[in-house]
Design a protein around this ligand. Structure first.
Ligand code: ADP
Length: 948
């Protein structure tokens, strides 16, 4: 293969689409390098090209090596086997190494992104190796010289920048996780996290107590987490990374160096001091250090854009643990889809960056009333001023994703379309700025919007003006395609293009001239990559060109089946003019591109500021839009511990009911506050209390009611209007939600175990400022166990945590607690019995449910009549015993066993064959006359107890 490696792709031996053997280099998302295979050892006698390949591969053992050869990326050895298997492409072979065939597969360069996307999704890391010089250049060094190649980039899930590899509406965080410095030998008490989306430069740093790590990982939802081996070996960490869908990549513990982190961060931000960005702990700086080092490693020295890091700490955010995030279906529904989530219900943004900003705000609601009020002020103005909102949304729609374009340009991966994105984004920003300033003249702008208006024009007008002059309206994706510079921008480019295009016209004229001179009407001037331009005539008509005077002008070049190809001195001369002028035009365009990219890079910070302002504006305009469309109100937030929602609704269920035309959503009040001198909540007869016990049959709407209040708190603290008539909320520090029971089989725990683990977390962490939503605690065990646990949990919440809480239960016995605990009130979901059926009114009313209506619900669900009737009988007996659990004996003794008795005639007792089976067995079909067969059939039907 040695010699073959540098040959153009072409002479490949196809072995067919044989299913590749199991990949040797399995997806190594966890960073384990595939075992060094002996074929990859560098033999002493290796040829230069083989040595080059093996050396590059040896430096990137944990990656698939995409090895550029002409128009293809080729993969060899076990990489080829793994990639062919993962991509379902043909595995071929090429040459021999150490006496064995070398497996090979490849993907065309122009379709590489599509294949890379599939490999990254499957957990592979890919090293992209490019040709760093033209093969022509290499040949100048001698016929055996190898084309210079090197790896220019590693692709990993957390370091992607291409739009086709990314979700436009979601951040793509790479997160470094650090569990030091530690004080003792025990488990870490706190962990530092540093996250960077290299596709936008967004950066976030923070520290959390170890117990909050799962919630933090789910909040950040990184695509890739880097950490020291020791930390990744921890079962809990590994599991939570898997739950969040993050690839875990081990890095050397030594790269978590706080001094290096500080130095790198200062250098990248171009500042001498980090003070302006807040005090960073040593742990945070160590995480930043590992993060930036890994970015350098994967980007091979190129520096992506980096925005000043923002700090997220439990002190300035509403803390929501992982289980609550999942159960509240904040960003994804329980099935993992965006549809059905709160985010989907409130997302009215019109740009990718706006959608990312919204998701970021939703997953990190705030805690500072002033910061929340500032956001709400902005939403208010946009809510009230409908024409302004409409105009802004129209302008925003035209704004491309500047942040991602900017990042690609910074990494020298950008194309003309990225420059155009900056141009169009800046224009949209200017337009939005004008609209806001116009509005300001009438109504004045709240601080947040005034700040946005100012930042929208942070870049000045020159860059946008330059890009507008320089670029065509709709440029191509790739810079190598050319054609993106507007005519009139550079005179020398116009001249080269003129010559090139002129020459093409000349070529057409030449063809016409030759047709005339030779009299051959089918004569054509054609082009291919091997011959360049040539003259083609059919063999039958070629005679005049091969002999006589014309043969002096037309030189024969090639004979094909049915045609002959010629050239002329004139053709050669024109061809060289075309090639030179086209090359020159392309080279000049590359120059223009480099100049424009440099101009953008020089203003990268200002452009980034504009991009962030556009994202915020889209997010806030979208929140105002959904508020207006869905009838949301501005919540009031303060430092009290009140929670007073009037006419609250569930944002997601409400929209789902409307879409399905299944009737209106019934709104409900929820008032949780410490008992004060005023003992009335305003809801008839519900006394003031911090904890509401919610009873009612299944399907009555308990879960919906619980969740809607948690979601209203989340929406309010992220700075959104809320689905309610009014809402007044004392800032919540932690939100817990334990709704519904689901086995967590993936993590090997039963429903009850999960329930208890999560309940324990709540009881250990909830403070008097927390909001706790508990649904059906204690359902997963025996009745009395469950009731006792639920009872004790309510007491603990009431006496120790003293938080605001909603507790839904089917244990009616619990409602007695309201008489014993001063801060507990009973409410129930109203139901009506109508004839034999039950109607859910979905209305929260004072008091406790008198019974659970389980049998009526069973009827609604279509249980067979015999079963519901039987259940009624059992229930009647149980009610007679008044709560004392009757033992099985008593049940058997007291209940008429009619169902069993009736069944006995045709239900076989275990072991003994039934009369039907006996009869069947006795039948000898071969000996039966048709008449006897018919009679036997009737008898069998009779035995089976069905009508003939
Ligand atoms: P529970 O928890 O009591 O079993 P759910 O909260 O799951 O009941 O509600 C069952 C169904 O009733 C929901 O899927 C929804 O369609 C409907 N529902 C619940 N609350 C309301 C409401 N306030 N208005 C209208 N429909 C509701």
């Amino acid at each position: 293969m040695a010699r073959d490696l540098d040959k153009e792709r072409g002479g490949r031996t196809q072995t067919g689409a044989d299913p590749a053997p199991a990949p040797a280099a399995a997806p190594h998302g966890n960073g384990e390098a595939p075992a060094a295979q002996s074929p990859l050892a560098l033999p002493a006698a290796a040829t230069p090209s083989m040595a080059q390949f093996l050396e590059l591969k040896a430096a990137h053992r944990d990656c698939l090596l995409f090895y550029r050869m002409g128009d293809f990326y080729e993969l060899f050895f076990e990489d080829a086997v793994a990639a062919a298997h993962a991509l379902g492409i043909v595995l071929t072979k090429r040459g021999k190494h150490l006496g064995n065939d070398i497996p090979m597969c490849g993907v065309p360069v122009h379709r590489a992104e599509e294949y890379l996307q599939r490999l990254i999704r499957q957990g592979f890391r890919v090293a992209v190796c490019e040709q760093l010089e033209d093969p022509v250049e290499a040949r100048k060094r001698g016929s055996k010289a190898v084309v210079r190649r090197d790896v220019v980039r590693l692709l990993t899930p957390g370091t992607l920048t291409e739009d086709s590899l990314l979700d436009a509406k979601a951040r793509n965080y790479l997160t470094a996780l650090f569990d030091g410095p530690r004080s003792g030998a025990g488990p870490p008490t706190a962990l530092a996290l540093a996250s960077l989306d290299i596709s936008t430069g967004e950066c976030e740093v923070g520290e959390v107590p170890a117990s909050d790590l799962p919630g933090e990982i789910v909040r950040l939802s990184p695509s890739e987490v880097i950490a020291a081996d020791r930390l990744l070996a921890d079962d809990g960490v590994r599991q939570w990374l898997a739950v969040a869908g993050a690839t875990a990549t081990p890095v050397a513990a030594a790269s978590f160096d706080s001094l290096a982190g500080e130095r790198l961060l200062k250098a990248r931000l171009g500042v001498a001091d980090l003070e302006a960005f807040g005090p960073f702990s040593r742990g945070e700086l160590a995480a930043v250090g590992a993060l930036l080092k890994y970015v350098e490693l994967t980007q091979i020295g190129k520096a992506p854009s980096l925005r000043p890091p923002h700090r997220a700490t439990p002190a300035n955010r509403l803390v929501i643990d992982a289980a609550s995030r999942a159960s509240l279906e904040m960003l994804r529904s329980l099935s993992g889809a965006r549809e059905g989530s709160l985010l989907h219900a409130i997302d009215r943004t019109v740009t990718g960056p706006g959608a990312r900003e919204l998701a970021g705000r939703l997953s990190s609601p705030l805690r500072d009333p002033a910061a929340i009020a500032a956001r709400l002020d902005a939403v208010s103005v946009l809510y009230e001023n409908e024409p302004l909102r409409g105009d802004l949304r129209r302008s925003l729609r035209a704004a491309p994703d500047i942040a991602r374009a900017l990042s690609r340009l910074a990494l020298q991966r950008g194309g003309p379309r990225d420059l155009a994105a900056v141009r169009d984004g800046l224009a949209a920003a200017r337009q939005c700025g004008l609209l806001l300033n116009d509005a300001a003249r009438g109504i004045g702008l709240p601080q947040a919007l005034a700040g946005i208006a100012q930042r929208l024009v942070a870049c000045g007008g020159e860059l946008a003006e330059l890009l507008t002059r320089a670029l065509v309206d709709d440029p191509a994706h790739q810079r190598r395609d050319g054609g993106f510079v507007r005519a009139g921008f550079r005179p020398d480019l116009d001249a080269a293009r003129g010559l090139r295009d002129d020459s093409r016209k000349v070529m057409a004229a030449l063809e016409a001239k030759y047709v005339q001179e030779t009299g051959i009407r089918s004569l054509k001037v054609r082009h291919n990559n091997i011959l360049g331009f040539y003259i083609e005539v059919s063999a039958a008509q070629a005679k005049p060109l091969s002999s006589g005077p014309l043969a002096l002008v037309f030189r024969h070049r090639q004979t094909m089946a049915g045609t002959l190809r010629f050239t002329t001195a004139e053709l050669v001369e024109i061809e060289s003019r075309i090639v030179t002028s086209a090359d020159r035009a392309l080279a000049l365009e590359q120059e223009v591109f480099a100049e424009l990219a440099a101009q953008v890079a020089a203003l990268a910070h200002a452009v980034g500021t504009v991009a962030a302002a556009l994202a915020e504006l889209d997010c806030e305009t979208g929140l105002a839009e959904v508020a207006a469309e869905q009838g949301y109100v501005r919540p009031h937030l303060d430092a009290s511990t009140t929670f007073e929602i009037r006419g609250g609704r569930h944002a997601v269920v409400e929209q789902a009911l409307r879409a399905a035309k299944s009737g209106a959503f019934i709104d409900n009040d929820c008032v949780l506050s410490a008992a004060g001198p005023e003992m009335c909540t305003g809801i008839d007869e519900v006394r003031q209390a911090r904890l509401w016990l919610v009873t009612g049959p299944n399907m009555a709407g308990k879960s919906t009611f619980l969740r809607q209040n948690a979601l209203i708190a989340v929406l309010a603290q992220m700075g959104s209007f809320v689905p309610a008539r009014s809402a007044s909320i004392g800032i919540v520090d932690r939100l817990f939600s334990r709704v519904g029971a689901a086995d967590d089989l993936a993590r090997g725990r039963s429903t009850f175990m999960v329930e208890m683990v999560e309940t324990a977390a709540i009881l250990n962490q909830a403070t008097s400022r927390s909001l706790v939503i508990l649904d059906e605690i204690g359902r997963g065990t025996a009745t009395f166990d469950g009731l006792s646990i639920a009872w004790a949990v309510v007491e603990h919440l009431h006496e120790v945590n003293r938080c605001r809480a909603l507790f839904a239960t089917h244990y009616h016995e619990l409602t007695a607690l309201a008489d014993r605990l001063s801060e507990v009130a009973n409410v129930t979901m109203q139901v009506r019995e109508w004839r034999d059926a039950i109607v859910f009114l979905h209305k929260v009313t004072p008091g406790a449910a008198d019974r659970s209506y389980g049998i009526q619900v069973g009827k609604l669900a279509g249980l067979p009549k015999a079963v519901t009737a039987r259940a009624q009988e059992v229930l009647a007996l149980l009610e007679k015993t008044q709560g004392k659990a009757p033992d099985g004996e008593a049940l058997l003794a007291d209940l008429p066993l009619f169902a069993a008795a009736r069944a006995a005639s045709h239900t076989p007792t275990a072991g003994a064959p039934s009369p039907l089976e006996d009869a069947l067995r006795a039948l000898r079909p071969d000996e039966l006359t048709p008449k006897a067969a018919l009679e036997a059939l009737y008898r069998l039907k009779e035995l089976a107890g069905t009508d003939a």
